[in-house]
Structure formats: structure tokens, C-alpha cells
Ligand binder design. Structure first.
Ligand code: WQD
Length: 333
């Protein structure tokens, strides 16, 4: 009997790639999404990729009754929870909206899980909970120091799930702190396609490459790094999706709760990413080095030993593959 999984936010960037990985790993997956930051074309494309009919619940996790109804009669074995807002600058401008979706929405999902005896959840968290730290590479025991509303809502999610698991020994939690997700599915059918204007580096580079933006503004050129620009741990979305399958397997098969980083353990600077993207498209990308973005850390990349030892997770894709797959998806007219 296939294990049944509810994938909230499953029409989004990382959620849709995780849907493909879960289906190919033999799970029976139902997507729940409100399409606020996902394209309506994604479910049909997922059917095309997997050859499996989509199970879709259009629902907003801020609606407690609708979330409870989504669990009725579906007998889920687990939840993979992506549904959240994730723009750092937008979160500071709209703290109420971010807490309603990212915090109250999670509470509604957890309440429905408890009411229906669902005792496993994989939670999409973020390296943003670490804030700026000199403890590089960043290990999971680095004290969280979130610097923005988005990151604080992610830390709330972690602490909330940890507290309800402490009160309910049957509940298993897999908390995954992503670093910087990049790339797209090799089919070119799904990728990073936000409805809202992107603020992340690679989607912005793609818009410059597509001539939708004049140039890339490089935020800061005088950081204490080899070329002066910020360093991050970019991880292919396919690796991230695989990490979720391993996390869910650990919860359902060994009953092993965990909190781990999902990164490559390798940092790249903004200019290194830019050069790699230029190599991929075969032409220069206009850019200008400007002042640093407030709140940005100089360097952030993951210590990856814990995910390797607990889940057997190891990122396999390199930066060139991330840029090639992003361009193959974003470069189409
Ligand atoms: C990466 C680097 C910028 C845009 C955030 C969230 C994190 C996760 C990933 C959700 C930095 C530089 C960027 C641009 C630039 N999101 N940059 N020009 O800030 O590391 O992480 O997104 O889970 O939680 O915190 O990612 O892609 O915005 O920036 O120079 O137009 O690129 O300064 O050095 P970040 P990012």
C-alpha cells in the first residue's frame, strides 16, 4: 500500500520538484495550494512529467475550516509543508500577512494533522534563521539569530513543531533548513517561476539575460571575500527535492525526527555565479556593483555532515548545472 502524503505548496518552485521526487519514490501525493505564488499550469506539467494523474486541493492554509476539510476521508500518512510566503523584503513590509500565512497557516495544518492522527511532517525551513554569523560553515547548533520577519516566521515554525512533538511522542518532525535553492527540472517544464517579482540572485540574473531587466545590481563589492561580493551556498532544486524524500523516509520508516541543513557545503560569490551564467548563455550579462543590501550576510554556507549521517543526504549537482537548468527553463520566450 503506497504511503499517502499531503504536499502543501506543491505547485510552487521547490514543492513541484519535490512532488516529482516523491511520486518517483513511490508515494501517493496530494497537492494543496492556493496558487498565490504558483502558476496554474504547474499541475498539468507535473502530470506530463510523472505520467500520474494529479490529486489537487485548491485551498488557502489561512482558512482553518478548509484545511481541516482537506484531511477528511483522505487518511494521509504524512505532510510535507511548503506552503508559505518567502520574500525577505516583502516580509518586513507585511509582517501581519507573513504571520497569518507562515505561522497561523502552519498551526491550521498541525491542528488538522492532530485531529486526523497524522503523525509525520517534513517542514520547509531556511538558513535565514541563522542570520549573520561568523560560525562558517554553519552547523545546526549555531544559535538562531533571524534578521527579518520571514526568518522569524520560519524559526517560529521550527519551535512550534518541536513543542507539539514534545507533547505528542507519536509525532515525528523533519525540519530542513535550506540554503539557496536554484535550478529547474531537466524537462524544462517546471522551474522557478514566481508570480511575484523575484529578489533572489539567479532569477534576477535570468531576467537580465532575458532582457526583461537592464542590468544586475550586485549588492556590495567590498565584503571580506576573495572578490568582495557575497558568498552563498547554492543548492540544486533537484538535490533539495531528494533531501525531502530522504527526510520523509526517515520519519516513516525509522521514526527518526531530525533538524538538518540542506546545502552543498560549498560557497560561491555573486560574481562567480554571474560568470557561470555568462558561460552558459555565451554572452556577457550587464551588471553594476552597488551598495550592500541591508541585512545581507557576507558569507553563508552549510556544514553538511549531519544530513549526511542522519539521512544519507549529499548534494550531487554543481553550479553550472544549476545555471544551465535555470536558463533552459527561464530562457524560453
Ligand atoms: C544571494 C546573494 C545578495 C539579488 C534568501 C532568503 C533565504 C532563501 C534564499 C527562502 C546575496 C546577492 C541578490 C540581486 C545581488 N529564501 N544579490 N543582487 O539573501 O542569501 O537568501 O533567499 O527560503 O531564506 O534569506 O538570497 O538570492 O537574495 O541573495 O547581488 O539582485 O546574491 O546580496 O549575496 P539570500 P538572494
Amino acid at each position: 500500500m503506497k504511503k499517502r502524503v499531503l504536499l502543501t505548496g506543491g505547485a510552487g518552485f521547490i514543492g513541484s520538484h519535490t512532488y516529482v521526487a516523491l511520486v518517483s519514490a513511490g508515494y501517493d501525493v496530494t497537492i494543496l495550494d492556493n496558487f498565490e505564488n504558483a502558476q496554474k499550469t504547474v499541475p498539468a506539467r507535473l502530470e506530463q512529467i510523472t505520467g500520474t494523474p494529479i490529486k489537487l486541493i485548491e485551498c488557502d492554509i489561512r482558512d482553518e475550516q478548509a484545511v481541516m476539510a482537506a484531511f477528511e476521508g483522505r487518511d494521509f500518512d504524512a505532510v510535507v509543508h511548503y506552503a508559505a510566503l518567502k520574500s525577505v523584503p516583502e516580509s518586513d513590509a507585511d509582517p501581519l500577512g507573513y504571520h497569518q500565512t507562515n505561522c497561523s497557516g502552519l498551526i491550521h495544518v498541525a491542528a488538522a494533522m492532530q485531529a486526523h492522527g497524522v503523525n509525520a511532517i517534513v517542514f520547509s525551513s531556511s538558513a535565514a534563521v541563522y542570520g549573520s554569523t561568523d560560525d562558517i560553515p554553519i552547523a545546526e547548533d549555531t544559535p538562531p539569530a533571524p534578521q527579518n520577519v520571514y526568518a522569524r516566521t520560519k524559526l517560529f515554525g521550527e519551535e512550534f513543531l518541536t513543542s507539539i512533538a514534545a507533547a505528542n511522542p507519536a509525532l515525528r518532525t523533519g525540519i530542513l533548513r535550506y540554503f539557496n535553492p536554484v535550478g529547474a527540472h531537466p524537462s524544462g517544464l517546471i522551474g522557478e517561476d514566481p508570480s511575484l517579482p523575484p529578489t533572489n540572485l539567479v532569477p534576477v540574473i535570468a531576467r537580465v539575460a532575458n532582457r526583461q531587466l537592464d542590468k544586475l545590481m550586485v549588492f556590495g563589492g567590498a565584503y571580506p571575500t576573495p572578490d568582495g561580493t557575497g558568498i552563498r551556498d547554492y543548492i540544486h532544486v533537484l538535490d533539495l527535492a531528494e533531501g525531502h524524500v530522504l527526510s520523509l523516509n526517515a520519519l516513516l520508516n525509522e521514526g527518526q525526527s531530525h533538524l538538518v541543513n540542506l546545502g552543498t557545503g560549498r560557497g560561491y560569490s555573486v560574481l562567480e555565479v554571474l560568470r557561470t551564467y555568462e558561460d552558459v548563455i555565451g554572452r556577457p550579462i550587464p551588471h553594476e556593483i552597488v551598495d550592500p543590501r541591508p541585512g545581507d550576510a557576507a558569507v553563508s554556507y552549510a556544514k553538511t555532515a549531519l544530513a549526511k549521517s542522519l539521512l544519507g543526504f549529499e548534494a550531487r549537482h554543481g553550479l553550472k548545472s544549476m545555471c544551465e537548468s535555470n536558463w533552459a527553463f527561464s530562457g524560453k520566450d
